[in-house]
Design a protein around this ligand. Structure first.
Ligand SMILES: Cc1cc2nc3c(=O)[nH]c(=O)nc-3n(C[C@H](O)[C@H](O)[C@H](O)COP(=O)(O)OP(=O)(O)OC[C@H]3O[C@@H](n4cnc5c(N)ncnc54)[C@H](O)[C@@H]3O)c2cc1C
Length: 549
């Protein structure tokens, strides 16, 4: 669950390594009482289903039961949705002097998929948890990172990243053939012929990284919209990544496992559900450089991207209303936009009338909200497909270890359905006997509707058994040391870049405003759900408004 993995030995930040040698060693653990009960008995483990407020969201299925509006409110600009895209739009409008902006968010907190939780040990992510070192060409993002202390200065024209925010060593390990190897690219026990193919694949993506189209743009860029539209590359969106790999002669089992892991990790999709363009984008779009890091390094925080979310939002939250669901968006006769909102706490509805609205909500939600004639953009609803995820935060007093590399930030097990776990307190410098690990399971199925029903319909006990089974496989005996598992299910976790989606007309059209009044920003409009795209989508829509004023 850590993004881009380097094939060769990675560079390390020595001072933190030394610091860690002294501070991060877990204290000797006492045996928990449940220790006699090793293995499958996990009755002592407490917790429940936590996280995003699905109940409020599901009210959209039956809006006729919501109370009629009892008041109205007028604002200049209304932003619906307080995820990264919405917060980025709000920040951009604020930076450019646009006032009288209101944001509504259906959940009790802002953040969307970058929301986080906290317990007495550490903060922890509920979904998004890292940002790879970005390309210096992404000026807005670089400026933002500097404004919140992630970039501390420049050296020889390159950003210097805050050492406390760069992922500390040891960064990642893979359990393969009973041994924890360093790094996630399979190596331990892998036949030489397969290793040669793996090396060849990495050479191939290095070439793709530099490839440019006839329009002189990089074939694969972040944001996606900055990528070359040259047909040579664009046509790769029409085929699956699986087909592409087959055409290129890549058939080594360990390579294919690794590439599927990457697709699951970033897209919640398998090789057949990912377009070849998106599969290559994963490796070839990252062109990060820094004075003290490489493009393969990642930035992370105990609360994951909750750190970036808070920085985007700022402390002035007076114009953010949470627990409030938008359930209808229409254009009134007087040319204002009427947004019907339901306050889930007060159980009352309000109509917010705005000059302009930015819908920072996913398209499957917009389908329910928009009561506007716009047949052109309807096509997006048919082609957007979302991956369901289950995420768990597990409090554990001790992690029984096997042979090989020591506990790392990112820990993945070869051949499993989950994409492993990250250690939430990894970036904390204080020693703690207890750990919180954040476990990630993309629920991959050719039938995404069935997969979604599964994540919603299975109860806490089911997921607890499943997750503990997986953790026991990696760390036999761990059950006895686990005190708590809190679980969050994401029915529509992230957009899947399925074949044909990213370069579709539907996606292009869905980014366009309606009547210069209703604007759109969400990572599903990029086709790839990552922080950088949300950040970009917010700026794109806010700038459209600024241009129109
Ligand atoms: C399990 C998982 C792990 C991830 N890990 C990473 C990672 O490590 N790094 C990374 O960069 N990205 C990661 N992502 C991707 C993540 O989705 C994006 O980084 C980003 O947070 C998406 O932001 P967004 O604003 O586009 O969308 P969302 O997060 O979907 O925001 C939409 C917001 O709108 C609100 N909303 C929806 N409907 C309504 C309504 N009717 N009324 C009011 N409010 C409404 C929602 O509550 C939400 O807050 C991960 C995603 C998942 C699911």
């Amino acid at each position: 669950m850590s993004g881009r993995h380097i094939y060769t030995d990675m560079k390390r930040r020595e001072f933190l390594k030394r610091l860690f040698a002294f501070t991060a060693l877990p204290a000797i653990v006492s045996m928990p009482s449940a220790c006699n009960d090793r293995g499958s008995n996990n009755k002592h483990i407490k917790g429940g289903i936590a996280g995003a407020n699905h109940k409020t969201g599901h009210l959209l299925r039956n809006t006729q039961h919501l109370p009629a509006p009892s008041e109205t409110k007028d604002v200049n600009i209304l932003i619906i949705g307080g995820g990264i895209s919405g917060l980025s739009a709000r920040r951009w409008l604020g930076m450019h002097g646009v006032d009288d902006v209101l944001m509504i968010e259906m959940d009790s907190k802002t953040g969307g998929n970058s929301v986080y939780g906290e317990n007495s040990i550490t903060a922890y992510p509920w979904a998004a948890h890292y940002l790879p070192v970005p390309d210096v060409q992404n000026k807005e993002l670089i400026e933002f990172l500097q404004s919140c202390g992630v970039i501390t200065g420049y050296s020889n024209g390159l950003p210097v990243y805050n050492d406390y925010h760069l992922c500390h060593d040891p960064e990642e390990r893979l359990l393969i053939k009973g041994y924890w190897q360093e790094g996630l690219v399979p190596n331990f026990g892998v036949p030489d012929t397969e290793k040669a193919q793996i090396a060849d694949f990495f050479r191939h993506v290095e070439e793709m990284k530099l490839a440019k189209g006839k329009d002189n743009k990089y074939a694969f860029a972040i944001p996606v919209d900055a990528s070359s539209a040259d047909e040579t590359y664009r046509k790769l969106d029409a085929i699956t990544f699986e087909t592409y790999l087959h055409q290129q002669g890549y058939n080594a089992l360990h390579l294919l496992w690794y590439l599927e892991y990457c697709c699951k990790d970033d897209y919640g999709a398998n090789l057949r559900q990912t377009s070849a363009w998106a599969g290559l984008h994963y490796f070839a779009a990252r062109k990060g450089t820094a004075a003290n890091a490489t493009g393969a390094d990642v930035l992370t925080w105990p609360e994951g991207n909750g750190f970036l979310m808070k920085a985007l939002r700022g402390n002035d939250v007076g114009n953010i209303i949470t627990n409030t669901l938008a359930y209808k968006v229409s254009i009134e006769d007087n040319n204002r936009i009427a947004v019907y909102c339901y306050d889930a706490e007060k159980k009352q509805s309000t109509v917010v009338r705005a000059q302009k609205v930015i819908m920072c909500t996913p398209q499957y939600i917009n389908k329910h909200l928009l009561q506007v004639d716009n047949a052109e953009r309807d096509g997006i609803y048919d082609i957007a497909s979302y991956a369901p995820w289950v995420v768990a935060n597990v409090t554990v007093q001790h992690i029984p270890e096997g042979k090989g590399a020591v506990l790392s930030w990112d820990n993945v097990v070869y051949g499993r359905e989950s994409v492993g776990y990250v250690r939430a307190n990894h970036q904390l410098l204080k020693a703690s006997a207890q750990q919180v690990i954040t476990y990630y399971l993309p629920v991959v199925d050719t039938n995404t509707t069935a997969a979604r029903s599964k994540v919603h319909n299975k109860d806490y006990e089911y997921w607890k058994q499943y997750i503990m089974g997986d953790l026991e496989y990696a760390h036999p005996g761990i059950t006895a040391y686990v005190s708590n598992i809190d679980i969050c299910v994401w029915g529509h976790g992230m957009i899947m870049p399925s074949p044909g989606y990213i370069w579709s007309d539907e996606r292009r059209v869905a980014q366009q405003p309606i009547d210069d009044k209703i604007y759109f920003a969400h990572t599903d409009l990029s086709g790839i759900s990552i922080f950088e795209e949300g950040f970009y989508q917010g700026i794109r829509s806010a700038q459209q408004i600024i241009n129109s004023l």
